[in-house]
Design a protein. Structure first.
Length: 439
């Protein structure tokens, strides 16, 4: 986790002003000017204690927020000597290699000697935002950085869509003139002909590869009573686990106990927590997505007292068809998250799943960034996703093949599917609360 705040044709003071807003994303920072680009960078060293940002190679100056999980493999493939993923990235960009080969989660800004360029990973795990004013272009890891240089004005067409779908269908933000930097393309591969047993063998190999790529000592895991986070805890052996549980029928405490690994902390989301943290999160939120997230803030705050790196199970449902309970519904009945009326969309359930996932990832980025942590997503390893999405649908239904390689007991794999609802706010109540802050 790091942070970028940059201006093209602007001043160092503007970059510093934006950077001051997002400085919690790292623990050390600098300001660099190349050509007409000035960049404030706040760095959270994870893989190396060396401060290697920006890195310059053959006239290219590169800043990386995130982690290229297969950088060592790429170095070996091309017989390169590099001491960090940033160094590998600079070589990769300078030699115009295929960006789709980069695995992991990242937002990248680079200067080629003439102009600045940006891109982010294909899932939107890391975000960059941009806005233009007169002849200046501003770029920042979080929307709220722009508040330091101008007023944020709601885009009411986007707000209407957000009230309808909780922002899932809004391609950019709910703020006028503020857009997301383009992600690398997410490609849905052609289906392959493979036996179920062979598919399990290959999927397990790719899962172990993702575990190895994402593993970090002294890490923690966000843990529920379900398959995805339970599988991460089982295979990645975190030093700490962190759970949110409830006082009513939403409680998963018995399955949470089964999934428990490492030193385990459980936070009970009672009414006092809901009241306090539904106000605290306004220090963090700037890109409203996928409903109430005060529990995300609370559990990230707790985890940050122990860890710099956290594992998340986000992506398991989207990749392995975990939403079978709603796939037989008309897609617009699924998109409609509140009683608000909105326009109709012609997309597939799979496309909607990945749109919804982007919203989850925005929230997780804000919570981890505010608490100076990095979150890793083993289910979103590109090689794993590419293979899983190529499998026959019957292998994926209700996470069938994932459960079969999970190594988890039947109490978990055969348990009832639970959503992420909470007892304190309906979607309509959450939207009303949010509107009080943005209008």
């Amino acid at each position: 986790m790091c942070g970028i705040a940059a201006v093209i044709n602007g001043t160092e003071q503007e970059a510093l002003a934006m950077g001051e807003v997002i400085k919690r994303r790292g623990i050390e920072s600098n300001v660099t000017t190349v050509g007409n680009l000035t960049v404030y960078f706040t760095h959270l060293p994870i893989e190396t204690s060396e401060y290697d940002q920006p890195f310059t190679y053959k006239g290219y100056t590169v800043w990386l927020n995130g982690f290229i999980s297969n950088w060592k493999e790429l170095c070996k493939e091309y017989s390169l000597i590099a001491y960090s993923d940033t160094e590998l990235l600079a070589w990769w960009i300078a030699h115009k290699k295929d960006l789709s080969a980069l695995n992991g989660f990242f937002a990248v800004l680079y200067y080629d000697g003439k102009e600045a360029h940006t891109f982010t990973d294909r899932y939107g795990i890391k975000q960059l935002y941009k806005t233009k004013h007169q002849k200046k272009t501003y770029i920042c890891s979080e929307v709220k950085g722009f508040r330091a240089i101008s007023q944020l004005i709601p885009d009411f067409d986007a707000v209407n869509d957000w009230e309808y779908s909780l922002g899932v269908m809004t391609d950019n933000t709910i703020w006028q003139g503020i857009e997301r930097v383009d992600c690398l393309p997410l490609i849905f591969p052609e289906k392959i002909d493979i036996s179920y047993e062979d598919a399990k063998v290959e999927l397990l190999r790719l899962w172990k590869q993702s575990v190895e790529r994402n593993y970090k000592m002294f890490a923690g895991c966000y843990l529920s009573g379900g398959v995805d986070s339970g599988m991460i805890a089982h295979w990645m052996s975190p030093d700490y686990s962190f759970s949110v549980d409830y006082q009513n029928e939403l409680s998963e405490i018995e399955n949470i106990k089964i999934n428990s690994r490492g030193i385990h902390h459980t936070l009970i989301a009672n009414y006092e927590l809901a009241f306090q943290y539904s106000w605290k999160i306004w220090e963090v939120l700037d890109d409203l997505k996928v409903g109430s997230c005060y529990t995300n803030f609370a559990i990230a705050e707790l985890a940050s007292k122990f860890c710099r790196v956290m594992y998340s199970g986000a992506g398991g449902d989207e990749v392995f068809s975990g939403y079978m309970h709603r796939y037989n519904k008309p897609i617009n009945d699924v998109i409609k998250r509140t009683s608000k009326e909105g326009k109709h969309y012609d997309i597939s359930h799979r496309e909607y799943d990945f749109r919804y996932l982007k919203g989850i990832l925005v929230i997780e980025d804000r919570m981890s960034g505010f608490h100076t942590m990095e979150t890793r997503y083993p289910f979103l390893d590109n090689d794993l996703v590419n293979f899983a999405l190529s499998l026959p649908e019957e292998y994926l239904e209700n996470k069938r093949i994932l459960k079969d390689i999970s190594g988890l007991p039947k109490e978990i794999t055969e348990g009832k599917k639970r959503g992420f609802s909470n007892p304190h706010y309906t979607n309509e109540e959450w939207v009303e609360l949010c509107l009080n802050f943005i209008t």
